[in-house]
Design a protein around this ligand. Structure first.
Ligand SMILES: [Zn+2]
Length: 139
């Protein structure tokens, strides 16, 4: 039975054919990059607008979760949003994340620079991940 490389579609040969899916590491990496770029939507706007879109996506999500949302109007600062719920106040930073070829989500902001309580990572698809998880129930 013939078997083709999942990236370049050349016929695979040699040992371990039943387990083989790619000619080599290069084809394997290129296929994974291809899959990652399919997961990252290219929005038809400049990158600074992508950041703004991410921020508003988070605002809407937080409001739907019952938070009061306050937006930082300075271009810089310790956080992007201040959120209130159950008489508690938290600070929150928003960043845009991109799927990398290994399936994880990469984003530019790291915990060691942390000046906020929560980080919201928003993909260009609009998926939102909070680090750590948001306090959704009253304690
Ligand atoms: Zn190949």
């Amino acid at each position: 039975m013939k078997k083709e490389c999942e990236f370049c579609e050349k016929e695979l040969t040699g040992r371990w054919l039943p387990n083989k899916r790619f000619c080599n590491r290069k084809c394997y990496n290129k296929r994974n990059q291809q899959l990652a770029s399919l997961k990252n939507v290219k929005l038809p706007v400049p990158c600074y607008v992508v950041g703004t879109i991410s921020e508003y996506r988070v605002c809407v999500d937080l409001m739907a979760k019952g938070f009061e949302v306050f937006k930082n109007i300075c271009l810089q600062g310790r956080c992007d949003l201040v959120i209130l719920k159950d008489k508690k106040t938290y600070t929150l930073e928003v960043t845009t994340g991109f799927y990398s070829f290994n399936g994880s989500i990469q984003h530019p902001k790291k915990w060691k620079e942390k000046t906020w309580d929560f980080l919201a990572v928003v993909t260009t698809h609009g998926d939102i991940f909070y680090e750590p998880n948001l306090p959704l129930k009253e304690e």
